[in-house]
Design a protein around this ligand. Structure first.
Ligand SMILES: O=P(O)(O)OP(=O)(O)OP(=O)(O)OC[C@H]1O[C@@H](n2cnc3c(O)ncnc32)[C@H](O)[C@@H]1O
Ligand SMILES: [Ca+2]
Length: 486
């Protein structure tokens, strides 16, 4: 058998193989360079943060909120968050009706605090808004001139701050309700309508937004999506188109049914109905000063119930005072004094209690003598402490007798103070609206994030190298395999 001839010269490489070899080598180098550049050089751009300030000029006090958000994502839902809150010293601005000049001055310290939070080079571009609520609504009804002077005073101070002043005005009860509803649903991510969330929402039969219950010092609001059609009371309806979806929202604001005004209404009734010189009030702890507390929850509930006129209703259903209320729909977020009081009584939904348990907890608290309560909670401001019994009973009356929550739907109320880092309240929704940050249509899909971009680069490079290596192996079969010699 002839042996294969062995010659001293190496077999010559074909041109195709040479080109492939060079290409393979260059591609490998390119892929290594790409990966190195993607991982080491392509860092995300420095964060471009924007800021906004809203002052909530409530009846009991003013709060200043600073919000921040990434500039490139401002139209996304859920990206704005609270970074600072400053409680203004002293009363709400309506408390300056006899000292109007000083209303503005009271805000100076909190404005300084905001200057410390926001980088100075961004002060001029940062919008600042002030919205006044029920205290100023009442003052404006009683004394329009004093209310105007208070507003001019706060405007003067806000204009002299280094921010971009955008207005100081009294907002309506409907706006207060609507912006509170927008705030909590924005923060809860209920407006998110992309990918899986969209699919889930379309499968869910329950309401996909949460109703809002706000209890202030001078007014209270109830706001929720209502499918009741046609509405018996169109003036209570608002229509929104947010992130590509339509919402039909019922809202009502009850002036004088905030917890301070309700207490005043009740005490005024007590005074009218008493013949003696001192008031015996079942809503205050026994032994309390000024008002002779009786610590009687049941009697307290009965006397509060008189504040809600349920005798006439021109509609198929009413809350109270002849105001239309459609059937309650979905879950509710209850904030401001709803939360302060229930949180103090340890009755928030972190440990959900049935309605009768809540009532008996308030009952036992009311029954404790004042000296014992004062000793047990000496760290709590006496004004708040002395009123928790009344406030607990008032909240239950408002929810049960006013809005007709019952033991079946009670668990649908969630008492919440904050959502993430942001306080629940109307201010965030107000700013989102005024800065056009809640688009009517869903924003276009965002471009790739930095992480996804790097990942994709690495993956493409690896695929490229693998393909070239495979091609090389196929073309570069050892001679023996090509000739079928094993
Ligand atoms: O909305 P309006 O009616 O204008 O009032 P407001 O904005 O001033 O009302 P808040 O929600 O700030 O407070 C509601 C009530 O709760 C009281 N309050 C505030 N902080 C509290 C706390 O920590 N504990 C108990 N009560 C509190 C406050 O005095 C009011 O009576
Ligand atoms: Ca308020």
């Amino acid at each position: 058998m002839d042996e294969p001839k062995v010659t001293g010269t190496k077999p010559k490489m074909s041109w195709t193989r040479k080109i492939l070899l060079i290409l393979g080598f260059l591609s490998t180098l390119a892929a290594i360079a790409l990966i190195t550049v993607a991982v080491t050089q392509n860092q995300p751009l420095p964060k471009n943060t924007k800021y906004g300030i809203v002052l909530d000029a409530g009846s009991s006090h003013t709060n200043l909120y600073v919000y921040e958000w990434p500039a490139e994502k401002e139209n996304d839902t859920g990206v704005v968050q609270q970074v600072e809150v400053c409680k203004v010293e002293g009363p709400g601005i309506s408390g300056y009706s006899h000292d109007t000049e000083n209303a503005g001055h009271s805000l100076v310290q909190c404005l300084r605090q905001a200057q410390g939070v926001i980088p100075s080079k961004q002060h001029q571009e940062t919008p600042v808004y002030l919205g006044a609520t029920a205290g100023m609504r009442l003052l404006s009804l009683e004394n329009k001139n004093a209310a105007d002077k208070v507003l001019s005073s706060v405007e003067k101070t806000l204009r002299s701050a280094p921010f971009n002043f955008q207005g100081a005005r009294i907002i309506s009860g409907q706006e207060e309700g609507a912006y509170g509803w927008i705030t909590i649903n924005y923060l809860l991510g209920n407006f998110k309508q992309s990918g899986w969330t969209k699919l889930l929402h379309s499968l869910k039969s329950v309401s996909e937004t949460s109703g809002a219950l706000d209890l202030g010092g001078a007014s209270t609001q109830i706001t929720f999506v209502s499918d009741e059609s046609p509405s018996e009371s169109p003036e209570n309806l608002l229509y929104f188109r947010l992130y590509g979806k339509d919402y039909r929202v019922y809202t009502h604001s009850f002036l004088c049914y905030g917890k301070d005004q309700a207490l005043q209404q009740k005490l005024a009734r007590d005074i009218q109905s008493t013949e003696s010189n001192s008031i015996h009030d079942p809503c205050f702890h026994q032994g309390q000063l000024y008002v002779m507390g009786e610590g009687n929850y049941e009697k307290c509930r009965r006397s509060i119930q008189n504040l809600f006129n349920k005798t006439s209703c021109p509609y198929s259903s009413c809350s109270f005072n002849g105001i239309y209320l459609p059937p309650l729909q979905g879950d509710f977020g209850a904030f401001s004094a709803f939360y302060f009081v229930m949180n103090f009584l340890n009755l928030t939904n972190d440990n959900p209690f049935a309605l009768d348990k809540v009532a008996s907890a308030v009952q036992s608290f009311c029954a404790r003598p004042w000296h014992e309560v004062k000793e047990a909670y000496h760290q709590i401001k006496e004004k708040y402490l002395s009123e928790y019994c009344f406030s607990g009973a008032y909240i239950l009356s408002l929810l049960e007798n006013g809005y007709e929550f019952n033991k079946e739907n009670w668990q649908r109320i969630h008492f919440l103070g904050k959502i993430g880092s942001s306080d629940a309240g109307w201010t965030l929704g107000y700013m989102l609206n005024l800065t056009n940050m809640i688009p009517a249509e869903e924003p276009a899909a965002p471009p790739l994030s930095h992480g996804s971009y790097v990942g994709l680069m690495v993956l493409c490079s690896l695929v490229l190298v693998s393909v070239l290596v495979l091609a090389w192996l196929l073309f570069h079969k050892p001679k023996c395999l090509q000739k079928g010699i094993v």
